[in-house]
Ligand binder design. Structure first.
Ligand code: GLY
Ligand code: MN
Ligand code: MN
Length: 426
């Protein structure tokens, strides 16, 4: 759990970064209609949640800053017995003030009216410039004459890069649930079943462990399906002797996990599968060894490309000299994606990889990122030895940068051939 004081601390930290004579608005997420009277499950906007821990919709957090003094205001839906009967209890203005510890709380009905008042003598307005929310649009209109509009989310996302101990605990909890799910997938008897049956086993564990849901749509891709990077159909049979790429992670109390394991349907790797798998695994280990404060993601990317390219030459997948192949980007055909990404409240935490002046952000203690090298060989690729065709492998873990190196938060999830085979069904 994250206590109230931590949210207050985050808001104070943000308030200090804002210009004087400014108004800043962070909006709650919107309810999204699925069809007619039904809605998608509601999830709070990540920045808003980071600053408030408040899960209701139609809310807004506002900072009104004069010189140094900042007033922190919250808009929430007012109590309404009739609507609460249908849609659940609301905290309401009075309780919200005590719970969220802001200076003042208003009913969300007053949003525009109050905003007009706050904006009167101000020079700068911060909000999420990309927001599709109707309130963001009206804010744009209200502040038309202003010289400066700045993205509040860019600032909050930078703050979100460094995780506190309580955030790391929640990420670890999400990973622990995900661990159970992946181990279940390894031990479940899979031959003759469908990808969606395996998906259901995994997601049953997410839900029954109290996770809100998956942190992203699960990929359960058998054989050649794994070569479609965003394969989410999950409707094909699990065929004997194939590998299954499972990219699945739950979200627990608004924190993500993002784990990929590639496992054999029958519980045993063939020799060719082992060769490919161990090549990717060795690359992952080598990249993990590079992670420490001051290292840069671009260095990890470059090294992973070199190592995978070297491995592909060794296995006869690519032919030629390393330097030349890299120069011609030949390896990208089989390793087309990034080595990893920030992770936190969002599975892809949106923080930029560069700072305000375009310089790459170096790793720092408290950052969390994924490391996910992979290799994808289409079943019809005649340039590759036959034994490797139709195989896609990715190995993904969630890594915390520590004072002197890193900690693999998902280290306990079976990963070596031996560990996977030991858990595997026959
Ligand atoms: N699951 C999405 C990703 O690995 O980035
Ligand atoms: Mn990932
Ligand atoms: Mn993933």
């Amino acid at each position: 759990m994250i206590n109230r004081a931590e949210y207050v601390e985050r808001r104070n930290k943000l308030a200090k970064k804002l210009s004087k004579n400014s108004v800043s608005v962070v909006l709650s997420g919107e309810q999204k209609i699925r069809s007619n009277d039904t809605e998608y499950p509601y999830r709070q906007n990540s920045d808003f949640y980071y600053l408030t821990g408040f899960k209701e919709d139609k809310a807004a957090l506002v900072f009104v800053k004069k010189k140094k003094k900042v007033r922190v205001l919250l808009f929430v839906q007012k109590k309404d017995k009739k609507l609460e009967l249908w849609n659940g209890k609301r905290l309401g203005e009075i309780k919200a003030k005590k719970r969220i510890l802001v200076d003042e709380v208003f009913s969300s009905d007053l949003f525009e009216e109050k905003l007009k008042e706050f904006l009167k003598d101000k020079k700068k307005v911060y909000f999420d410039l990309d927001s599709e929310d109707a309130r963001a649009k009206s804010l744009k209109k209200l502040s038309k004459g202003f010289r400066t509009h700045e993205s509040i989310s860019a600032i909050v996302q930078r703050m979100r890069l460094i995780k506190s101990n309580s955030e790391i605990k929640l990420i670890q909890k999400a990973i622990d649930i995900t661990q159970e799910a992946h181990h279940k997938a390894m031990s479940f008897k899979k031959t003759g079943k469908k990808e969606y049956e395996l998906q259901a086993k995994i997601e049953y564990i997410f839900k029954s462990s109290g996770a809100y849901s998956d942190a992203y749509t699960s990929i359960v891709a058998c054989g050649n399906s794994a070569n479609t990077l965003h394969y989410v159909q999950n409707n094909k049979p699990l065929v004997e002797n194939a590998l299954i790429l499972i990219d699945a992670g739950c979200e627990y109390e608004y924190y993500a996990s993002d784990i990929t394991r590639t496992i054999p349907v029958t519980g045993r790797f063939s020799e060719a599968q082992k060769e490919l798998y161990n090549m990717v695994l060795d690359v992952q280990y080598e990249i993990l060894r590079m992670i420490k404060p001051h290292a840069k993601r671009s260095q990890l990317q470059k090294r992973s490309e070199e190592l995978l390219c070297e491995g592909m030459i060794r296995l006869g997948i690519l032919k030629g000299k390393l330097k030349k192949l890299i120069k011609k980007q030949e390896h990208k055909k089989y390793y087309p994606h990034g080595i990893g990404h920030w992770m936190g409240i969002d599975v892809h935490d949106q923080a930029p990889y560069k700072d305000k002046i375009g310089k790459e952000i170096a790793l720092k203690k408290g950052m969390v990122l994924t490391i996910e090298p992979g290799i994808y060989i289409d079943k019809n690729d005649k340039t590759v030895p036959k034994k490797y065709r139709g195989i896609g492998i990715r190995i993904e873990d969630d890594i915390l940068v520590t004072k002197n190196g890193c900690k693999n938060l998902s280290a306990k999830i079976a990963k070596t051939v031996r560990e996977i085979e030991a858990l595997g069904s026959r």
